[in-house]
Design a protein around this ligand. Structure first.
Ligand code: CAA
Ligand code: NAD
Length: 295
């Protein structure tokens, strides 16, 4: 595998582009509009520079080597708004908005654009990988490659196989996960795979607590940070993931599994999304944000 495409260069996509380029792959980064592409590439440049500065600070690299590695990785990225540039990619990872209809339309297009052996991988948080494989017309080439936010720092990737995924596609997707420095775990095509099936209901419960006024958001977060050793509390984490993405995950699950009590939509979440307060990415969610840090 030499050439990798990534569709969507938002919160997750820009990180996937970056780790693939850092691992030596040629990467085609596709966005819907030039403005979004420029923003994604800008974030990658900033992150590469930050990691380079850290490597120098820790004595892992000379300043010259760190800059040359960061420039080299950035140079392997070809940004485009033209999906036909994905035609000769060995793997295409999709990280577009969490909307199954929009994803299926993209997979139908990719099925017509990519060479027959291209492996197609979705970074979806919650939707069935099998339905995307069907839409692409090549279900044996379809896997889930579920990275975690922030991709540059989180070590896990879930590699999801459907009943139709071929052994070869699964093995190659897993090898890609390892090549970009992640710990791959295999999962079946179930709602939320492993992590989100556990994590999202926990986030929901924290928002329902907030709604009931059981404790303040700061105290709920501090409780899980200092009581359970989590790096951030669940309400900060919801801001971090994106309130729109969290809501889309829950809407999809509640529609498909109406009798599952762990899947519920807190009114407070719907309210914030309707106000355009989507979390860290818009500068306000449950908290106010100044870039990567809470304001
Ligand atoms: N690129 C480069 N550097 C980055 C970076 C990035 N994208 N993001 C953060 N950093 C840097 C920071 O700038 C910081 O650098 P300095 O030390 O120089 O200040 C350093 O990395 C550490 O970051 P923080 O200071 O913010 O400190 P931290 O130790 O708290 O680490 C964190 C941040 C790794 C995000 C940690 O808080 C964490 O693990 N949080 C939980 C994240 C999590 O649970 N993610 C999963 C979300 S769920 C999901 O992804 C699945 C889904 O489908 C929804
Ligand atoms: P985001 O809104 O930050 O980014 C999505 C990007 O996709 C946007 O920049 C948008 O312009 C682009 N896009 C939308 N439709 C497109 C199309 N047809 N062609 C090209 N580009 C298109 O969202 P995100 O948080 O990066 O989430 C992306 C995917 O990753 C979702 O499936 C989400 O569930 C999943 N995911 C998110 C997280 C998280 O913590 N946010 C973690 C793991 C997985």
């Amino acid at each position: 595998m030499k050439k990798v495409g990534v569709v969507g260069c938002g919160l997750m996509g820009h990180g996937i582009v970056q780790v693939a380029a850092q691992a030596g792959f040629d990467v085609v980064a596709v966005e819907a509009e030039q403005g979004f592409l420029d923003k994604g590439l800008g974030r990658i440049r900033k992150s590469l520079d930050k990691l380079a500065a850290k490597a120098v600070e820790k004595g892992k690299k000379s300043a010259e080597d760190a800059k040359s590695d960061a420039d080299g990785a950035f140079g392997r990225i070809h940004g485009t708004v033209d999906k036909s540039d994905l035609a000769d990619c060995d793997l295409v990872v999709e990280a577009i908005v969490e909307n199954l209809d929009v994803k299926k339309a993209l997979y139908a297009e990719l099925g017509g654009i990519c060479k027959p052996e291209t492996i197609l991988a979705s970074n979806t948080s919650s939707f069935p990988i099998a339905e995307m494989g069907e839409a692409s017309g090549r279900p044996e080439n379809m896997v889930g490659l579920h990275f975690f936010n922030p991709v540059q720092l989180m070590k896990l990737v879930e590699v999801v196989r459907t009943d139709a995924t071929s052994d070869d596609s699964f093995a190659k997707a897993r090898a890609f996960g390892e090549a970009v420095g992640k710990v791959p775990v295999g999962c079946k095509d179930t709602p939320g795979f492993v992590v989100n099936r556990l994590l999202v209901p926990y986030m929901v419960q924290s928002l329902l607590m907030l709604e009931r006024g059981d404790a303040t958001k700061q105290d709920i977060d501090a409780a899980m940070q200092f009581g359970c050793g989590h790096p951030m509390g669940p309400i900060t984490l919801t801001d971090y993931v994106g309130l729109d993405t969290t809501l889309s995950i829950l809407q999809g699950w509640c529609e498909r599994y109406p009798d599952e009590p762990a899947f519920a939509i807190p009114a407070i979440l719907e309210q914030k999304v309707s106000e355009g307060k989507l979390g860290r990415k818009t500068g306000e969610g449950f908290y106010k944000w100044d870039g990567d840090k809470k304001a």
